[in-house]
Write a protein that binds this ligand. Sequence first.
Ligand SMILES: [Zn+2]
Ligand SMILES: [Zn+2]
Length: 329
Amino acid sequence: MKAAVISGVGQVEVTTVDDPRPGPREVVVDVAACGLCGTDLHILQGEFAPTLPVVPGHEFAGVVVDVGSAVTEVVVGDRVAVDPSLYCFECRYCRAGRNNLCLRWAAIGVSTAGGAAEYAVAPVSNCVRLPEHVRLEDAALIEPLSCAVRGYDVLRAQMASRVLIYGSGTMGLMMLQLGKLTGAASIEVVDVNPERLVTATQLGCTAVASGADELDRPEGWDVVIDATGNEKAIQDGLGRVARGGTFLQFGVSDYAARVTIEPYRIYNQEITITGSMAVLHSFERAADLFANGVLDPEVFISDRLPLEDYASALDAFRSGKGRKIQVLP
Ligand SMILES: [Zn+2]
Ligand SMILES: [Zn+2]
């Protein structure tokens, strides 16, 4: 089959690899669409401890075309979205139900071959069947949505919060959509690239700006979410948290990123700084939300490209063009 392969740091190509075969409790999915995201760029940089070479792609959905000998829950022809998370279920964190902190955390498309290929293998327990009305290509959005749901789980969002989001890429926009669902009083979005703010406005945020100063809220925000991973944005955002408020690190920064905190303010104003890592018990809920139309795929997916264009699709993503970019293998 054809697959995108990251063979070394900075090296990606589309090539022919062996067709995957399912283990006893695995299925093979004929991939309809696979989304690209910042994680793929980190893997290309050699971060996230990828096992190179690897077929990237952790955001995908498709049709089951083969099942392992011990699979009874899904059958050939089922339409599924795949939770890419792979846990050991044995370590201290898994045993405490905190699987996304698993000491042996791994993921399809990071540690094992992913969805940027004609076919991908997944454990049957990672597959969520999709209702008929959900288009398979669109369902590749469920994985990033499940990360956003996890973000709001961490926030334990309260009704009528004032929310500030840094970044209006796919993840920032998803946090905006979920912020509306969780009853935020206001949601403001900042992005240094004004073109990207057009969609945030279209989706009904309260205000947009290229910097938080323009928003004139000297008392700050109850919830500040970084969806950029960018040092400057994070540093700025930490200073914008209101008394008693929470800062959520949602964007993936470079390993080397560093910011300064103000311990006195954290103490004196009871500020919470927290993070949200990937997916935890949130994939099925995201699939439900998605099936109920929480996101308009036509707004969220800006580019659908052939698999052959994987390398240039990554370049386009890196340059900040568009929103969710997909390859259709
Ligand atoms: Zn992703
Ligand atoms: Zn574990």
